[in-house]
Design a protein around this ligand. Sequence first.
Ligand code: ATP
Length: 300
Amino acid sequence: MDSVTVRVPAKVNLQLAVGPLREDGYHDLVNVFHAVSIFDEVTAAAESGMSVRVEGESADQVPENDDNLAIQAAVALARHAGRSYGVSLAIRKTIPVAGGMAGGSADAAAALVACNELWGLGLPVEDLMEIAADLGSDVPFALLGGTAVGTGRGERLTPLEVGGTFHWVFALADEGLSTAKVYGECDRVRETAGEQAAPPRTSEPLLAALRAGDAKALGAELTNDLQPAALSLRGSLARTLDTGRQHGALGSLVSGSGPTCAFLAESEAHAAALAASLRDAGVARDVLVAHGPVPGPTVV
Ligand code: ATP
């Protein structure tokens, strides 16, 4: 086999409950991940060394060296297999960079699947999951896809039953936000307010809305504990969220650590209309329409 191309989706968090800061510097989370139809494509081709090229959405902000998460995934997989393999990776980005939609994690998951195939390793998904958890908290979900709740740092996953398709609109911001900075701001905002973070718990009404495929109920249950921190760092997002609500979004929230804003629509037609309103209002660099849940990395 000369090359393998894998398509991998972005995620939005339907619930992100952030517990107190742990001694290891991480937070205990309840993280309900939902894979949506905004895709990066990663092509792995046979080569003696390791290299990566990036094109597409904000490609200039993605490293083309060993800092790239997809290269780190390929290196970790080769190490796991105990052999020195080479690969040239070509990433075509559509997922916003540093947008709170786990684009880097998605590319890492895609690289694991593509290299496993290219190198003929035939490793089971359990092995890939182990490697994924070492690469980053969001990489295991990126390998799984669909909808799932993650506990611990978000890496201990339980797939969730979903009774329908949900229609989403995403408003992209001009500049990304660093995930580490947003968590730091979350701790700072809580400390200033004298707030004690409670141990995070999965929202039962949210799980019920997912099972029923009930968009209206789901819209009312969307929550993100990182949102106050993202708004504190990027005040303009408040207007973006308001605009979506004014145009009938069933729910709205900052996606993960932001700054992308997510809006739940009633239907595909409503999503298209909502996207047009957000574009007209000029509150976003770009607006994307998507649906979820969608499967994880797929060889194309
Ligand atoms: P998350 O939602 O997991 O917190 P994010 O979506 O906010 O992440 P990413 O797009 O994953 O953020 O990018 C975070 C940083 O990682 C970027 O600043 C980028 O320089 C770096 N990075 C490394 N590899 C990649 C990659 N393959 N794609 C995107 N960013 C990458």
